[in-house]
Design a protein around this ligand. Structure first.
Ligand code: NCD
Ligand code: ZN
Length: 398
């Protein structure tokens, strides 16, 4: 017991999963008026922002997403990044092989393996050509293109150095209706880390929207009241994804009882007032806001490191984390639209038909999971969640 964190580690960081026990929504299935429901049936959700990695890491995480989600927008920030349609197709084949392997090892149910659709993205670089965009659209293999400002986050060195350089590619995307997904932070070292999203709105989003007004844009993993306001106010096809960590935690979580690398992601967690604005938007029913976990797995040894990697791993319990937020807000009745409708509608894809069940059941998030030769610490590892997802017709509550 000479680990100074041994005790605090089992406690949720301040302001974390502490709102449990508040009365939830009242009109849910199987709930009496005034009571929180015990079961909640929703349409199978989709994850509109996911990192699946590659190789052993891909193999370790893919079953978790395929179990809980129908489709996932797969981020292209591999090393080397996915910049061509051919690379996206090859990556999709590797994802399908990993799914087949997980199925054969009994780590994934057959229905989930059969229904999961990885939706591929291209990594925008200064050299992305309009021809590659057209090829992506015509092949049907590319669902979106991701903008990483160079240097903004994990594997973003090949990202965009100047928006003027990508104008031809953006014009082609606007013409073809292919969405641009933005990591909305400037990489300028002179800008305070906590202000990088707000400054991105002024320096990049506003000119981008002016120059390409019909371009479909997803402001990924929004973290600030300013980004929420921007998405609400702007005219045109703009939406935003929200992660469980930004809805559940404020920046104190990174510093509670010591430096907590498993709560470190980019964009970094913000002040409580921002979290409250995000929760309000997510639970408002506004179709511009939808689920994107940004589940970003890194080996525990690289998170618990002098230069800790950014990213929270949430794929195995993401729906449950979101359910926690919606319940704390008394708005479980709006979880389904946020998780299963708004994203599909924005992408112009059919809503899933299959239904899943959230069951009111206490369970403890594992403190650690296998990750190839390494291990990985899921967000909120060791904490108790009140909801558990069951894929209807598959694993039933014991
Ligand atoms: C992501 C990753 O690890 O790939 N990390 C993160 O903190 N979100 C990159 C990203 O989406 O910014
Ligand atoms: Zn991401």
């Amino acid at each position: 017991m000479n680990d100074p964190h041994a005790r605090s580690r089992s406690l949720p960081p301040e302001g974390a999963l502490s709102g449990f026990g508040r009365p939830g929504a009242t009109e849910m299935n199987e709930s009496a008026p005034g009571e929180s429901p015990t079961r909640l049936s929703i349409t199978l959700p989709d994850d509109w922002h996911l990192h699946l990695r590659d190789g052993e890491a891909l193999r370790a995480v893919v079953a978790a997403s395929a179990t809980a989600f129908g489709r996932a927008i797969v981020m292209p920030n591999l090393r080397p990044p996915v910049v061509t349609v051919a690379q996206a197709l090859a990556y999709r084949t590797r994802i399908e092989a990993a799914l087949a392997d997980a199925l054969s090892q009994g780590e994934l149910a057959a229905e989930a393996a059969a229904s999961f659709r990885p939706l591929m993205t291209l990594y925008l670089t200064d050299r992305t050509s309009p021809e590659e965009i057209r090829h992506g659209v015509e092949s049907g293999a590319v669902s979106a293109v991701k903008l990483y400002p160079a240097g903004a986050t994990t594997n973003s060195d090949a990202g965009v150095t100047d928006m003027r350089r990508v104008a031809p590619a953006l014009a082609a995307m606007e013409r073809h209706g292919l969405p641009l997904l933005v990591h909305g932070e400037v990489a300028d070292p002179a800008v305070d880390v906590f202000d990088r999203e707000r400054v991105f709105i002024e320096r990049v989003m506003t000119p981008l929207r002016r120059d390409f007004p019909a371009l479909r844009v997803v402001f990924e993993h929004v973290t600030t009241a300013e980004a929420v306001q921007y998405v609400r106010d702007v005219d045109g096809p703009v939406a935003a994804t929200m992660t469980p960590q930004h809805l559940l935690y404020n920046r104190n979580a990174i510093f509670t009882g010591g430096l907590r690398p498993h709560w470190y992601c980019l964009p970094v967690l913000k002040r409580e007032r921002h979290r409250l604005a995000l929760v309000e938007a997510a639970t408002s029913g506004d179709p511009r806001f939808f689920l994107g976990t940004d589940s970003a797995p890194h080996a525990a040894r690289l998170k618990e490191h002098a230069a800790a990697c950014a990213g929270c791993y949430t794929a195995p319990h993401a729906i449950e984390l979101y359910a926690t937020v919606f319940e704390m807000q008394g708005r479980l009745d709006r979880l389904e639209a946020f998780a299963s409708f708004h994203g599909a509608d924005f992408y112009g894809l059919p809503r899933n038909q299959e239904r899943v069940e959230l069951v009111r059941e206490n369970w403890t998030v594992p403190e650690s999971l296998p990750f190839g030769a390494d291990s990985i610490v899921p967000l909120a590892g060791g904490e108790v969640l009140r909801w558990r997802l069951y894929r209807t017709g598959r694993r039933q509550p014991e």
